[in-house]
Design a protein around this ligand. Structure first.
Ligand code: KIV
Length: 259
């Protein structure tokens, strides 16, 4: 089965029923993606977190389709069989037609599926993508592309009304044809409720342990962006420190060498 075929909602729903949790990590280039495939992750995501951890922007609102195409193509070259999902960046899926056209560009450079942010308000985009044969993942809860409007990164779904609204969003995206839904900074009780109610996998980030899978920005997991790590992530390596130390050692050796 091709990586793209494995992202069909019927198959992801079957995997969910089988109970195996999905491990998803981000990559933005060839070595990053290749290392993740060698580690055996289930899906690789070229997230628009690219903007912060690679391009040096304060948030994801600066990322362009050109940025995503360039980095998706590089990540795709590092994978032989792992499904690759790419974010449609801000402003590229305002209409169903734009969503399909821009998603096709990401598929053309090697993505097997795309992810868009938004709930029931984006059902038409999800339906159009699914109808065009493009596997699409939803993303609800905290929406990083809306961080400037929202004024920060805050937990969603804390009240019964907010939890109901998130569940309605998740159901709308699922009915629209999403093969999975990212739950970002969703209160754990709301995340558990959504996970129990929808047929396709929920992939949590900062949303507790009751999701069908978990996704992290690889730089947060590896300590490759040592200046910031969100509270919900624990770095399991110190890649930033290792690079600093190797570079410092190199500089010492170069300066000590004879002419
Ligand atoms: O941009 C990103 O990396 C993401 C994940 C963290 C879910 O959207």
């Amino acid at each position: 089965m091709s990586p793209a075929d494995s992202l069909h909602p019927a198959l992801t729903a079957e995997a969910k029923r089988g109970g195996r949790k999905l491990a998803v990590l981000t990559a933005y280039d060839y070595p990053g993606a290749r290392l993740l495939e060698e580690a055996g992750v289930d899906w690789v995501l070229v997230g628009d977190s690219l903007g912060m951890v690679v391009l040096g922007y304060p948030d994801t609102t600066h990322v362009t389709l050109g940025d995503m195409l360039h980095h998706t193509a590089a990540a795709a070259r590092g994978l032989s069989h792992t499904p690759l999902i790419a974010d449609l960046p801000i402003g590229t899926y305002e209409t169903p037609e734009a969503a399909v056209q821009n998603a096709r560009a990401l598929i053309h450079v090697g993505a097997h599926g795309v992810k868009i942010e938004g709930g029931a308000s984006h059902r038409a985009q999800i339906e159009a993508l699914a109808a065009a044969g493009i596997p699409v993942m939803g993303h609800i809860g905290m929406l990083p592309q809306s961080v400037l409007l929202e004024g920060g990164y805050r937990i969603k779904g804390k009240t019964p009304d907010a939890s109901d609204a998130l569940l309605a969003d998740a159901v709308a995206l699922t009915e629209g044809g999403a093969f999975a839904i990212v739950l970002e900074l969703v209160h754990p009780a709301a995340a558990q409720r959504i996970t129990e109610c929808i047929p396709v996998p929920t992939i949590g980030i900062g949303s507790g342990t009751h999701c069908d899978g978990q996704v992290l920005v690889t730089h947060d997991l590896t300590g490759a962006f040592p200046w910031f790590c969100p509270k919900f992530a624990t770095a399991k390596a110190a890649v930033g420190d290792a690079i600093r130390s190797a570079a410092a050692q190199f500089a010492v050796e170069v300066r000590a060498s004879k002419k």
